[in-house]
Design a protein around this ligand. Structure first.
Ligand SMILES: [Zn+2]
Length: 462
């Protein structure tokens, strides 16, 4: 099976050039000007960009919070369809073990959720929610199976560990050149503020951000980076959302520390006034960290422009507004946290970032694909269009316009946080390892996703 894509502008983090691309079976085999069109299929992509398939490094495709609580509206089948339809060809999902269970058990569970069901390629960040000698011994076993990234929590009582446990885990992760990401919020302070608000009868969604203020994130990030500096481990900050946190990161980098920063579309495009919406609509926007002020949004955009943020992923974790979010109708702390997002990230960031001139095409490719592939040990199999790479490709039509709506989305959830948002640019065709997976937002070939065996991380920041 061979395909030649002609006439597109191929974009990488280093630049852009009009090149033809030949695909044979699953790989890119040739790039050049005026390639011979001896192929099974020739695609004219004149006027379009050709991007490496986008990678979402932060999804919760299928999360079950246990008996009596909510399971996500999407599962791997529906979430990955929504991903690949709009150009995301790989996801790194958060695999979370139950307390008392091994990481190996968790890996088995997540393989059963994704294998044969995912329409995009996939791997997992393995969550470490407690610490002991058995778990320490499992870190190299995970790396040997291609799981080289890990997730820990400083908030949520059922998930968080102590600073000493984080230190100990970091020491083991460093030995395998692994990448750690931590949910940074001071869990004790969040608990205290929530108790205070509820005791005063303040139960509406608008109190959610007030119980998780900016400094609660910045303090946790500072503590995290302090521990990482002691260990000498380059680390990832997931979903950074505040200007105070950026100041902490700048200080750490100024003293020579390697820090990777992820933010998410919701912190760039939505602000905390949504929590004031009537009729409990604010619950749609409950996520942690919460949406922030317009000043934080502006600071994040400035950091993006300056190259201080490495990656944009989604924290896709969706619950239906009706039924599920309403669990917390009388108590905002019971509203299941998270929002849909895996489908809309490319169009949102292209529209708000590239089409406005805030970020370049090269930055866009880095933030949504190449930087993620490098950071999480998938490069150059993923994240770049070059000879030998997987033919994960997005033919992007910059002229195509659309409107985001719950009525037309593929995400299996009853709302979108971006209802009515006008988009500029869209994926005209999406290829997953040489097979066309989607055309104009419609999935052609689903459930072709494979597990991606990942290596130790490339710790070299650009
Ligand atoms: Zn998350």
């Amino acid at each position: 099976m061979s395909i030649v894509i002609k006439g597109a502008t191929v974009v990488s983090t280093h630049g852009q050039r009009q090149l033809d691309v030949r695909i044979v079976d699953e790989k890119v085999t040739e790039l050049g000007v005026n390639l011979a069109t001896t192929a099974d299929t020739v695609v004219d992509a004149t006027g379009c960009y050709l991007f490496p398939g986008f990678i979402d490094a932060h999804t919760h495709m299928e999360l079950n919070n246990g008996p009596g609580t909510a399971s996500t509206a999407d599962n791997f089948t529906t979430g990955s369809l929504a991903a690949v339809a709009k150009g995301t060809t790989s996801v790194l999902d958060m695999a979370t073990p139950d307390r008392g269970h091994s990481l190996q058990d968790c890996l088995t569970t997540w393989n059963s959720l994704a294998a044969g069901k995912s329409s995009c390629d996939y791997s997992y960040h393995m969550s470490i929610i407690e610490w002991n000698q058995q778990l320490a011994a499992e870190v190299p076993k995970m790396a040997a199976q291609g799981i080289t990234s890990f997730k820990m929590y400083m908030a949520y009582d059922n998930l968080r560990t102590s600073d000493a446990e984080i230190y100990a885990a970091m020491c083991e992760i460093k030995k395998v050149h692994g990448m750690l990401g931590i949910h940074c919020e001071n869990g004790d302070l969040v608990n205290t503020l929530q108790t205070e608000y509820l005791a005063k009868g303040l139960t509406a969604p608008k109190y959610h951000p007030m119980t998780r203020p900016n400094m609660v994130e910045a303090e946790a990030i500072n503590r995290y980076l302090t521990i990482a500096a002691l260990v000498g481990l380059p680390v990832n900050i997931v979903h950074l959302s505040t200007r105070e946190s950026l100041a902490v990161v700048r200080a750490a980098r100024a003293r020579g520390q390697q820090v990777y920063v992820e933010t998410c579309p919701q912190y760039l495009l939505l602000d905390d006034h949504y929590y004031d919406l009537p009729d409990f609509e604010g619950a749609k926007y409950i996520c942690s960290p919460p949406l922030r002020s317009t000043a934080d949004e502006a600071a994040l955009w400035q950091a993006l422009e300056q190259g201080e943020i490495n990656t944009i992923s989604t924290d896709h974790c969706d619950f239906n507004f009706h039924d599920q979010k309403f669990i917390g109708k009388d108590d905002f702390t019971k509203i299941p946290g998270g929002m849909p997002g895996v489908e809309t990230r490319p169009e949102l960031i292209y529209t708000a970032g590239v089409a406005t001139g805030k970020i370049s095409l090269e930055q866009f490719v880095g933030l949504l694909s190449e930087n993620i592939a490098r950071q999480f040990g998938m490069y150059p199999q993923k994240g770049v269009i070059q000879i030998g790479s997987d033919a994960d490709l997005v033919i992007w039509d910059p002229q195509q316009q659309g409107v985001i709506s719950a009525a037309t989305q593929l995400q299996n959830v009853d709302y979108t946080a971006y209802e009515g948002f006008k988009t500029q640019g869209a994926a005209r065709a999406v290829y997953l390892r040489g097979q066309q997976a989607a055309a104009n937002g419609k999935v052609l070939a689903g459930q072709q996703g494979k597990f991606v065996f990942r290596h130790g991380s490339d710790y070299n920041l650009k």
